[in-house]
Design a protein around this ligand. Structure first.
Ligand code: NDP
Length: 321
């Protein structure tokens, strides 16, 4: 029998993470099993730790099959795919990877905003296709200078986005459940904030509490010149309402990194020139993914040492030492 504690791996890990995890744990991979129920029945009782990510989280059947589970380390800051409250009630510590990805995700939000305003993809197509020679200059675009940016969710990443937007002379408004100790203007009413904004950036957590916060009314308030940027979770935006608003011209454009049924993206969005799409790559650079992987492993190593983690999710802070 192995002396090492048993770790269940859900989703994939990088080579660098694998090397570290293998040194400390006996690893079993959930997705390599043909008969999941039989695998969970056999391995579940010995599992004390799980490594997962923001996409896969911890499915209910896994939670139920692991009565000795003590710690879940998730690769990513968003943990809406994990029942963190239920885990806390069972005394299971859940950790995530906050802060190390703030800069990257903020860069992605700015990139989407600039890309939609300045029509980067259609301009690139114009340059490559020969339209420049055949049809002349590319049509004028809209400047991002001196705009009003509404930020939905002024947390770690939201504040980093605000700092970057100020370099473009933006006036910053924000909406969240409670005002923050910042110099930006708090808007208690999201529709009113959208009405005042040229660009609305979504960067709240996902989950039931934020589902469809951005609905038809918010999009209409943002208006025919307005731009929606979503780098939070697809569930935060009513995607059907978004498609309808873009099709009718009620909304000017959108830059989207996340989608309601990703990796599926509605064909209607793919066909639109005023929409810039990225495949959930907000934090996806070599440097930032390495930092996230290191923190994911550091949390597990710390747990083995003293039963605490470095970066617990808020629901589990009371359990952390
Ligand atoms: P934080 O917890 O620091 O910030 C979240 C913010 O959202 C807070 O200001 C919070 O304020 C606000 N908020 C939470 N619930 C609501 C609500 N119901 N209504 C309005 N505002 C709300 O999180 P981070 O900034 O670190 O990360 C935010 C999210 O970004 C992650 O949870 C994840 O979903 C997403 N993300 C996406 C990535 C990508 O690749 N596209 C990469 C990384 C993160 P208050 O509590 O006062 O409401």
């Amino acid at each position: 029998m192995s002396e090492k504690p048993v770790l269940l791996q859900i989703g994939s890990v990088t080579e660098r993470m694998r090397a570290r995890l293998e040194a400390e744990f006996e690893i079993h991979k959930l997705f390599e099993q043909e008969d999941r129920a039989a695998f969970l029945a056999q391995v579940g009782p010995s599992v004390t730790a799980i490594v997962t990510d923001g996409h896969w989280g911890v499915p209910e059947d896994v939670m139920a099959a692991c009565p000795e589970l003590k710690v879940v380390s998730s690769y990513g800051v968003g943990y809406d795919a994990i029942d963190a409250e239920g885990a806390a009630q069972r005394g299971i510590l859940v950790s995530h990877t906050p802060d190390v990805l703030n800069d990257e995700v903020a860069d992605t939000a700015i990139l989407l905003w600039l890309g939609v305003s300045r029509r980067v993809v259609p301009a690139d197509r114009w340059a490559r296709s020969g339209d420049w020679e055949a049809r002349g200059a590319f049509p004028l675009t809209r400047s991002v200078q001196g705009r009003t940016m509404g930020i939905l969710g002024l947390g770690r990443i939201g504040q980093t986005i605000a700092e970057r937007a100020q370099a473009f002379g933006a006036k910053i408004l924000y909406h969240s459940r409670a005002p923050k100790p910042v110099d930006f203007t708090y808007c208690a009413d999201l529709v009113e904030m959208a009405r005042q904004s040229d660009v609305l950036v979504c960067i709240t957590p996902g989950g039931a509490a934020t589902r469809h916060l951005v609905n038809a009314q918010v999009l209409e308030a943002l208006g025919p010149e307005g731009i929606l940027v979503n780098v939070s979770r697809g569930s935060v935006v009513d995607e059907a309402a978004l498609v309808a608003a873009l099709e009718s011209g009620a909304l000017g454009g959108a830059g989207l990194d996340v989608f309601e049924a990703e990796p599926k993206i509605p064909d209607a969005l793919k066909a639109m020139d005023n929409v810039l799409l990225t495949p959930h790559v907000g934090s996806a650079t070599v440097e930032t993914r390495q930092a996230m992987g290191d923190l994911t492993c550091d949390n597990l190593s710390r747990f083995l040492k003293d039963g605490t983690v470095l970066t617990p999710v808020p629901e589990c802070k009371a359990l952390n030492g």
